[in-house]
Design a protein around this ligand. Structure first.
Ligand code: ADE
Length: 357
């Protein structure tokens, strides 16, 4: 089974002879390689999430002093904010290996058992999308997380026996876009639970400049800011836009990213000055034009747009909510006055009841 491939990050490539719960990335391979090549490896090069970084530094220092593994950690928040990257930084800082997998890859009991048995003392196991773990895998994890044991059953019906198999002490880092979808007992077994926040424009500007530096792309301050502004608070998006804008700069100009080049490139990519793409705008326009501003159920919206509910909930919505363009109400999604303003819609007959701003 191959789990980890990120050598630059000091992530270890692991081979285990139980069959393969390999990561199935939802982004394509070349994006993964690109992401891996620019991942920060230390707290110093990891930009943003300042409060979380400070807490983690203390926790790591204390764990090292006690010569104990770190408590199990749960990171939650929208995709692309650096949960996997942070897990890699933690491993680096602890001086231990990290094994990376994702819950949908842990389909059969032997998948999770294989990984747990392969761990060395102190190592970190990172499970992405942990809210998608099945019940059996979860139940295998409970004693492993709590007491570092695997409860294995042997024999059939009347002769069934349970054996407790010790495993080395390890740290589980779980990541999820949906903390609320985790079962209570699993959530309770994490010592530290932290939400990752959207990045500010200033932080994203730093991410953009750092990435451009690694890729040898010339960029000025205003060019970096123009990309940061349209990156919807998300470093993964900022990094992808750096590449797209760099292509544009190379073909249309002298290769240097300036404010004008960045704005022209992003206009061409149909990313507006709030960072919204065509899908986001279609979603807002649908609510405005067909549902009189809402409220309307997410399933109805997904069906009308031909999108998956999960994509809308996990990818589109968090930023629209954070940017104040959309509201979640008990009766469904509703646009805000700011959405009308942003989309340049005047004289609409949508009325907003008292619950908005
Ligand atoms: N690339 C992705 N996330 C990053 C971060 N937080 N800091 C620096 N570079 C990044």
């Amino acid at each position: 089974m191959s789990i980890i491939t990120d050598e630059q990050n000091n992530f270890k490539k692991v081979d285990i002879n139980i069959k393969s719960p390999m990561i199935k990335p939802e982004v394509n391979e070349s994006d993964m390689t690109f992401e891996n090549s620019i991942r920060p490896k230390s707290f110093d090069s990891y930009i943003g999430q300042t409060a979380l970084k400070e807490t983690l530094k203390i926790t790591i220092e204390a764990a090292k002093k006690r010569e104990q593994p770190l408590d199990h950690l749960l990171f939650y928040g929208p995709p692309g904010l650096g949960k996997t990257t942070l897990a890699g930084v933690i491993a680096q800082q602890m001086g231990v290996e990290i094994k990376i997998t994702s819950a949908p890859a842990l389909e059969r009991p032997r998948d999770i058992i294989g990984i747990l048995m392969s761990l060395q003392g102190g190592e970190i196991l990172f499970i992405d999308e942990i809210h998608r773990l099945n019940k059996i895998a979860e139940e295998i994890l409970y004693p492993a997380m709590e007491d570092f044991f695997l409860d294995m059953t042997t024999g059939k019906s009347q002769t069934v026996k349970t054996i407790r198999l010790p495993i080395p002490k390890f740290t589980l880092i779980g990541a999820t876009t949906k903390a609320g979808a985790l079962s209570g007992p699993l959530r309770d077994r994490f010592g530290i639970i932290h939400r990752l926040e959207f990045y500010t424009e200033a932080e994203l500007s730093q991410v953009v400049k750092r990435t451009a530096g690694i890729l040898n792309i010339e960029i000025d301050e205003e060019g970096a800011h123009a990309i940061a502004r349209r990156s919807r608070g998300t470093p993964r998006i900022a990094n992808r836009l750096v590449k797209r804008v760099a292509d544009f700069a190379l073909v249309k100009a002298d290769g240097k990213i300036t404010k004008n080049i960045a704005n022209d490139a992003l206009d061409t990519l149909k990313i507006d000055n709030c960072g919204l793409d065509t899908t986001d705008r279609n979603l807002l326009m649908l609510i405005i034009e067909k549902f009189n501003g809402g409220p309307v159920g997410i399933e109805t919206l997904a069906a009308a747009l031909g999108e998956d509910v999960r994509t809308l909930e996990d990818v589109c919505e968090p930023y629209l909510l954070q940017a104040g363009l959309l509201q979640r109400t008990p009766r469904g999604r509703q646009i805000t006055p700011y959405a009308l303003e942003h989309l340049g819609i005047k004289n609409s007959n949508i009325s907003f009841q008292g619950n908005l701003f």
